[in-house]
Design a protein around this ligand. Structure first.
Ligand code: SF4
Length: 302
């Protein structure tokens, strides 16, 4: 027996346990896009002459983010959308996802900039991973990638930098920071204020569960790389992901509750713990909160 969509007579492709709705392809796509439009309207005011940079890895989240931002804003002549990809230098993984990213930008007709760790930082992720490191590979990768994304976004005059973080990513990070007692990092998750030298981050998918992002990509036949980075696997995050998925199965809506609770707290947290004073790194001149930026520290330049 086929299960029907709650809104029409067509066959359902998904059951959203948290909303209690079965949805067909058309109504599922409408639901995802409605939530994303609402997030953009409420949290990231789009202005005339905005240049919107989208961090594009070729994975499902960033590909869906670019596709939807382009679908919603791509026909506005006063707004420019530019995709930025970072080649971290991870053999057997990144070359393929970059090809996938290229094909999406070609289909959409979006300008695409690719920068590499090697050309900007002088080292690949594979080279870094092979060294004696204090921290996990992702700690290096995340900092060096953010640095390139922000620099490139500034170079092209971007007013927003869109990333593909979904509801699962946000809920995991909130819980992870609680479990580590890391309130400073928790505060940084709150919608950022405009800071000179840092392009405003926007996460339009933060209200969309990961599974729905994947289904949206498949339904819209987006070129997407579903493979996993060989360095992936931050142990604690993996456990939290499993824990949250189990909770969500037993108590639908848990991930949304975590995000909503955090959003309510964020204002008070920012007042209690205002962001640290912003300055310039004395070595590379990047905007940062300390004497030397994270990138220079990790690359041993300090
Ligand atoms: Fe970089 Fe870690 Fe992501 Fe791999 S999983 S691309 S190492 S942040």
């Amino acid at each position: 027996m086929t299960i029907k969509c709650k809104k029409c007579n067509h066959e359902a492709v998904i059951f959203q346990k948290y909303s209690g709705m079965h949805l067909c392809k058309k109504h599922f796509v409408e639901d995802v896009e409605r939530k994303i439009k609402l997030t953009i309207r409420k949290e990231y005011s789009i202005r005339k002459n905005d240049v919107i940079a989208v961090a594009l890895s070729g994975g499902k989240d960033s590909s869906v983010a670019l596709y939807i931002v382009h679908k919603i804003l791509g026909n506005r002549p006063d707004i420019e959308i530019v995709a930025i990809s970072v080649d971290e230098g991870i053999n057997g993984y990144r070359p393929h996802s970059l090809e996938v990213a290229k094909s999406l930008t070609k289909i959409l007709g979006v300008r695409h900039i690719i920068k590499s760790f090697k050309e900007v930082h002088g080292v690949t992720m594979d080279e870094l991973a092979a060294t004696d490191r204090e921290k996990g590979a992702c700690s290096y990768c995340g900092v060096l990638r953010k640095n390139i994304l922000n620099r490139t976004a500034l170079e092209i005059g971007a007013t927003k930098l869109v990333t593909g973080h979904n509801l699962d990513d946000e809920a995991q990070t909130i819980l992870l920071n609680h479990l580590r007692g890391d309130v400073e990092r928790l505060v940084r998750l709150a919608p950022p204020a405009a800071i000179e030298g840092l392009v405003l981050r926007a996460k339009p998918l933060r209200n969309i569960p990961e599974k729905e992002v994947a289904l949206y990509a498949i339904i819209n036949s987006l070129p997407v790389d579903f493979s996993e980075c060989p360095y992936a696997g931050e142990a604690l995050r993996g456990e939290i992901r499993e824990l949250l998925n189990n909770f969500e199965a037993k108590h639908p809506g848990t991930k949304y509750s975590l995000l909503r609770g955090f959003d309510k707290l964020a204002g008070a947290l920012i007042k209690e713990m205002p962001p640290a004073k912003i300055g310039k790194c004395r070595i590379c001149g990047e905007t940062c909160t300390e004497d030397v930026c994270q990138t220079c520290k990790l690359l041993g330049r300090a």
